[in-house]
Design a protein around this ligand. Structure first.
Ligand code: FES
Length: 193
């Protein structure tokens, strides 16, 4: 076990003007890197990208990805390939809450498509867009491993399962009134160490 990092509240969630990890994030990154032999440093990429996303405003700009590549001493294209493959990484600015509706078999069979349409109508956005107030971004994702409780969506570190229109209503209401960042900046990095 390395540095004790209990939740992302200790990370700076506002976008840094300088693209450089803050001291706590850098300490965490170094701990993660220390878990791998130098030749396998790329294995640290997923958790380091999560930390970068939390540090730099909830998304990974080309500059941030280049910075991560320099920290891990790998090629920028290697970072981009990974960041663009996984839906939990945002490659453009997102709202405070990123709603990712699973659209794979079990969820699809249980009404995911209708849930997506319902959210689109309710928030007046399409998949991939962010509401004008910057509160919500809607995305679709492939299986999120909660097939038994389909349909479901993920918002940051939270899963919302067995969705109905009513559940979606109260969920959006709750997130709006809380006004918290839930765009993967709310993950507990302690679990990555
Ligand atoms: S199919 Fe939706 S969580 Fe697996």
């Amino acid at each position: 076990m390395g540095a004790q990092v209990h939740g992302t509240q200790q990370f700076d969630k506002t976008r840094r003007t300088e693209i450089k990890f803050g001291p706590l994030a850098m300490e965490t990154v170094k701990t993660i890197i220390s878990h791998y032999p130098e030749a396998k440093i790329k294995s640290a990429l997923l958790p380091v990208l999560h930390i970068a996303q939390a540090e730099f405003g909830g998304w990974l700009s080309p500059e941030v990805m280049d910075y991560v590549a320099s920290v891990l001493k790998i090629k920028p294209i290697e970072v981009f390939e990974v960041a663009s493959f996984y839906s939990m990484y945002n490659l453009k600015p997102v709202g405070k809450c990123v709603l990712e509706v699973c659209q794979t078999s079990s969820c699809w069979l249980n009404g995911a498509e209708d849930i997506v349409k319902y959210i689109e109508k309710k928030l007046n956005i399409k998949v991939g867009e962010t509401t004008k107030d910057g509160m919500f971004t809607l995305k679709v994702a492939e299986c999120l491993g909660s097939c038994g409780t389909a349909p479901m969506l993920q918002c940051g570190a939270s899963y919302h399962e067995n969705l109905t229109y009513e559940k979606v209503d109260s969920l959006l209401e709750k997130y709006k009134s809380e006004g918290k960042q839930k765009n993967y900046t709310d993950l507990d990095y302690h679990n990555t160490l």
